[in-house]
Design a protein around this ligand. Structure first.
Ligand SMILES: [Zn+2]
Length: 184
């Protein structure tokens, strides 16, 4: 009487791959460095993003405004809390409690991503002169993100020109202390 079982297909093609959590480190079929495989993944993600636009955008039509929209789009997957100016935790690197401020992509992640996509664009036949990832507007955007996140989270992104003398007073247990102690 259980005729309705007939419709079930035991073969679920591709389903195992699609349910694998993205954080799981799967062995790579080809020996790519972490950077190379990350770059390839980013490039595919960006191509996917372009083809999901209405109307779809080809990589040759892609310009810096598509890249900026892509960066903003990625914020919804971000894990970095960026406080609004009015939040009580504004400027605190480690807030003691929750708040409703949005999660965004950390500046450092975006900066590294743009670097990889910029390289991938030229490796995939794009001309350096038309590379949308190398555009000045992207640089300006990244700088704005960096500065606003530095203020919101209390992180000073200053270039360290002078090293503080504090390093001279490292505790002796520090393994990086370079004083040789071979006394045999
Ligand atoms: Zn907040």
């Amino acid at each position: 009487m259980s005729m309705d079982n007939r419709g079930k297909d035991p073969i679920q093609e591709g389903s195992l791959r699609s349910v694998a959590p993205s954080g799981v480190h799967l062995p790579q079929p080809t020996q790519l460095s972490r950077y190379e495989s990350q770059k390839r993944r980013d490039w595919n993600t960006f191509g996917q993003y372009l083809s999901n636009q209405r109307p779809p955008v080809g990589i040759s039509q892609c310009n810096s405004s598509h890249v900026l929209e892509f960066l903003r789009y990625l914020d919804q997957f971000g894990k970095t809390k960026v406080h609004f100016n009015g939040c009580v935790y504004f400027g605190q690197p480690e807030p003691p409690g929750p708040c409703t401020c949005p999660l965004k992509q950390a500046w450092g992640s975006l900066d590294a991503l743009i670097g990889r996509l910029r390289a991938a664009y030229e490796e995939n036949g794009g001309l350096p002169e038309t590379n949308p990832f190398a555009s000045g507007s992207i640089r300006v955007y990244l700088r704005e993100v960096r500065d606003s996140q530095a203020k919101a989270r209390g992180i000073p992104y200053k270039k360290k020109k002078k090293r503080p003398n504090r390093s001279l007073m490292k505790p002796s247990s520090d393994p990086s202390s370079s004083i040789p102690l071979h006394q045999s």
